[in-house]
Design a protein around this ligand. Structure first.
Ligand code: AMP
Length: 312
């Protein structure tokens, strides 16, 4: 049976009302589409924990700055429905795909220039300014605004997020707690290709040889975690150097945006890892889409690893 796709808030609310009357638990997986195995793992978990699962597919303009890849971002609903159909089984599949238009979600319009935006926006202060927020100042305001809207539309019992966007998980948890959204957030591990490259919709921009070299992100995370775990190396300067070398030796055409070690709860920057707490190591790296053809542009890849406390 094919998965129903709806475009309007009204239609989602009709489904939601039916599920409420039937006492069904609702899981929600918000996405920007061009789905892959990372998204599938979230959907699988939702199917296993809920009676109904809603997946939203919406490339959210307000989290893109002018000049970023909003227009180029890959969109393919047919592909996405195929990927969703692979998840579950004969008696269990996604109940509903919500693929709204921009004007449905932003009735007041949504220019990319923040200064000329009108309407209601959600800002989470304290964990949204560092890391991704430093490089992309309006990014989390866009993410939390669209998620608040989607949570109010879908009213899920559970929502599922990937550790791939680790800062997002912290920002979203904070928003849900502080604004009393009546739902539980579950975070699931990063799904990687066999090579180690974290699955991402933006990998579609990359040539095979760039994808191969870009495995250095994962290798650098592994190398640093190994130093921490086996040698109890806690110096951020030393671990950063190791990460930097691993990435720079993979290609002189890779440009590191940041490598950072942060507290796992409040994301403050660390100079030394407290081994009784651990940390989040995260990075963003610009890679060319094609080593041979500069005109194809660059992609900004992100990856991270959570270092737990050391015992013994
Ligand atoms: P996106 O479509 O990129 O906005 O991602 C939608 C959700 O899928 C977010 O919660 C992401 O963190 C999650 N996600 C994306 N890529 C992966 C991955 N490789 N592994 C696990 N979760 C992922």
């Amino acid at each position: 049976m094919s998965i129903p796709v709806v475009r309007t808030v009204k239609e989602v609310r009709e489904y939601r009302e039916r599920w409420r009357k039937e006492g069904q638990k609702v899981g929600f997986v918000p996405t920007m589409g061009f789905l892959h195995q990372g998204h599938q793992s979230l959907v699988k978990k939702s199917l296993s924990e809920n009676d109904a699962t809603v997946v939203s597919i919406f490339v959210n303009p307000s989290q893109f700055a002018p000049g970023e890849d909003l227009d180029a971002y890959p969109r393919n609903l047919e592909h996405d429905l195929g990927v969703l159909a692979e998840v579950g089984g004969p008696n269990q599949s996604v109940s509903l795909v919500f693929a709204p238009t921009v004007s449905e979600i932003y009735p007041s319009g949504i220019p990319l220039d923040v200064a000329s935006q009108k309407g209601a926006f959600v800002n989470v202060v304290g964990v949204a300014e560092q890391l991704e927020g430093k490089c992309r100042p309006a990014f989390f305001r866009g993410v939390t605004t669209v998620l608040a809207k989607l949570f109010n539309i879908v009213e899920p019992n559970n929502a599922y997020f990937g550790q791939k966007d680790v800062q997002q998980t912290i920002v979203v948890r904070k928003m849900v707690a502080d604004l009393f959204f009546n739902m539980k957030i579950t975070v699931l591990p990063i799904i990687r290709a066999e090579s180690g490259l974290a699955r991402s919709s933006r990998n579609a921009y990359l040539s095979d040889s760039v994808k191969e070299r870009a495995t250095c992100l994962f290798k650098s995370l592994k190398a640093a975690k190994n130093e921490y775990k086996t040698k109890h190396e806690c110096s951020v300067a030393k671990l950063t150097q190791l990460v930097r070398q691993t990435i720079e030796s993979a290609s002189s055409k890779f440009t590191i945006d940041y490598i950072a070690f942060n507290d796992p709860d409040d994301l403050h920057y660390l100079e030394s890892i407290d081994a009784s707490v651990g940390c989040i190591l995260s990075m963003a790296v610009y890679v060319p889409n094609d080593f041979q053809d500069q005109s194809k542009g660059t992609t900004r890849l992100i990856d991270n690893s959570i270092f737990g406390p050391l015992r013994g």
